[in-house]
Ligand binder design. Structure first.
Ligand SMILES: NC(=O)c1ccc[n+]([C@@H]2O[C@H](COP(=O)([O-])OP(=O)(O)OC[C@H]3O[C@@H](n4cnc5c(N)ncnc54)[C@H](O)[C@@H]3O)[C@@H](O)[C@H]2O)c1
Length: 352
C-alpha cells in the first residue's frame, strides 16, 4: 500500500492500494476511536461497495448507518445536504461519531460539507471510488454544494482524518467517468510535467494507476500544505476551472466536471498560445493528451454565454478582477488577474 502524508493544520494520510477495501475498518480504527460510522454514498455506488464497507467497519467494531443520496451533479444541492444532515440527526450521530464518504466527488463534497457543519464539525473519512475523486476531490478539504447561481457556492474547508483509496473500485467505473478523471489528471500533468506527464503519454493502465494517483495526490498535497485555504498558490489547482465550471453549468450538468475542465484547459492553452506565451511544442503535447484519451475540447457556447455564468463565479475578486491560471510551459503555470472586460477578448481570441 502506498501512503501520502498530508501536513495540513490537521494532518492525515492518504492510503492508496489495490483490493484493500476489506482493510478499511482497521485503517479507520487507527485514526478514530470506536464509534458510530455514518456512511454516505450514492445509489450507484451503494450496489457495488456499500456491503464491503459495512462489513469491514463492523468487523473492526464500528456501528454503522447509511445514507444513500441520488447520484449526479444535479443532486449536489443544498436540499440533498440538508436531507443528509437531518438523517444524521435522526440517527443520533454525535460529536464523537464519524462520516464515511463512499463514492465520487459528488458524494465526497456533500458528505464533507455535512461533516464540516454538523454539530460544528465531526470527523470524516473519504473513500473515493472514481479516478477524479481519488486524484483530486477527496484530498485537500474543500467541501460544498452547488446553488442555482453557481457551483460550490455553499461550502467549507474541512480536512478528512483519512483518505482510503482502493483502485479496484475503478474497474466498475464507466468509460465516461474514467475520462472525467483524466480531465483533472491532465491538469496535474500541465502543472508539473515529469512522471505524471510520462504516465499519461504512455497510457494509464492498471499497472501504473497506483503510482499515478500517488503522484497526483502528492502534487495536490504540496500545494495545499502551502496554502490550505486558497489565498494564493492553491488557485493553481483551478487551471481551466473558470471556463470548465461555466461550461458545466451551461450544459445543465450534461457535460460532467472533468470533461468540462478539459474544455476549459483547452481554452486556456489556446489563449496562452495565441498570446505567444506557450510554445507550439508544449501546446501540441497538451492537445495530444486530449486526443489520446478521446476528450472532446470543443466549446459550443458563445462568449456572451460563458461570461454570463463566469460573472457569478466566486473566483471574481472584490475589485472586479478575475484570477486566471495561465500556462507558460508544461510544468510552469501562473496566476494572473484580468479585468472582466479583458476576459471577453481573451475568450474571443482563443475561440478563433
Ligand atoms: N472538493 C474538491 O476539491 C473537488 C475537486 C475536484 C472536483 N470536485 C467535485 O467532484 C465532482 C465530480 O466528481 P466525480 O467525477 O467523481 O463525479 P460523481 O461523484 O458524480 O461520480 C460519477 C459517476 O460515477 C458513479 N460512480 C462512482 N464510483 C463508481 C464506481 N467505482 N463504479 C461505478 N460507478 C461509480 C457515480 O454514481 C456517478 O454516477 C464535482 O461536483 C466537482 O465539483 C471537488
Amino acid at each position: 500500500m502506498n501512503k501520502v502524508s498530508v501536513s495540513t493544520k490537521r494532518p492525515y494520510s492518504v492510503l492508496i492500494g489495490s483490493d484493500i477495501l476489506s482493510g478499511l475498518g482497521d485503517a479507520v480504527l487507527s485514526v478514530h476511536k470506536l464509534s458510530k460510522a455514518m456512511i454516505v454514498t450514492d445509489d450507484n455506488v451503494a450496489g457495488l461497495y456499500l456491503d464491503d464497507v459495512i462489513n469491514s467497519l463492523t468487523e473492526s467494531g464500528f456501528r454503522t448507518s447509511k445514507i444513500i443520496i441520488k447520484s449526479g451533479e444535479e443532486n449536489k444541492t443544498a436540499s440533498t445536504y440538508l436531507s443528509v444532515i437531518e438523517q444524521m440527526a435522526q440517527c443520533e450521530i454525535g460529536r464523537e461519531d464519524l462520516v464515511v464518504a463512499l463514492g465520487g466527488g459528488v458524494v465526497g463534497d456533500v458528505a464533507g460539507f455535512a461533516a464540516a457543519t454538523y454539530m460544528r464539525g465531526i470527523d470524516i473519512i473519504q473513500v473515493p471510488t472514481t479516478l477524479l475523486s481519488a486524484i483530486d476531490a477527496s484530498v485537500g478539504g474543500k467541501t460544498g454544494v452547488d446553488l442555482p447561481q453557481g457551483k460550490n457556492l455553499l461550502g467549507a474547508f474541512h480536512q478528512p482524518v483519512l483518505v482510503y483509496f482502493d483502485s479496484k473500485t475503478l474497474t466498475t467505473l464507466s468509460e465516461l467517468d474514467f475520462k472525467n478523471g483524466i480531465g483533472e489528471g491532465i491538469k496535474y500533468a500541465i502543472l508539473c510535467g515529469g512522471e505524471i506527464l510520462d504516465i499519461l503519454e504512455k497510457g494509464l493502465c492498471k499497472d501504473n494507476i497506483l503510482r499515478f494517483v500517488e503522484l497526483a495526490v502528492s502534487v495536490k498535497r504540496d500545494i495545499v500544505e502551502e496554502d490550505e485555504e486558497e489565498s494564493g498558490k492553491r488557485k493553481l489547482l483551478n487551471l481551466g476551472h473558470t471556463f470548465g465550471h461555466a461550461i458545466e453549468k451551461l450544459s445543465e450538468f450534461s457535460i460532467s466536471h472533468g470533461i468540462a475542465v478539459a474544455k476549459g484547459i483547452y481554452i486556456v492553452a489556446r489563449a496562452s498560445l495565441c498570446a505567444n506565451k506557450l510554445t507550439q511544442v508544449d501546446y501540441e503535447i497538451i492537445c495530444e493528451l486530449f486526443k489520446k484519451y478521446g476528450l472532446d475540447t470543443a466549446c459550443n457556447y458563445t462568449t456572451a454565454q460563458l461570461l454570463s455564468v463566469i460573472k457569478m463565479d466566486k473566483k471574481i475578486n472584490s475589485d472586479g478582477q478575475i484570477s486566471l491560471v495561465d500556462i507558460r510551459a508544461i510544468g510552469k503555470c501562473e496566476i494572473n488577474k484580468m479585468s472582466f472586460e479583458n476576459l471577453k477578448e481573451y475568450i474571443n481570441e482563443c475561440k478563433n
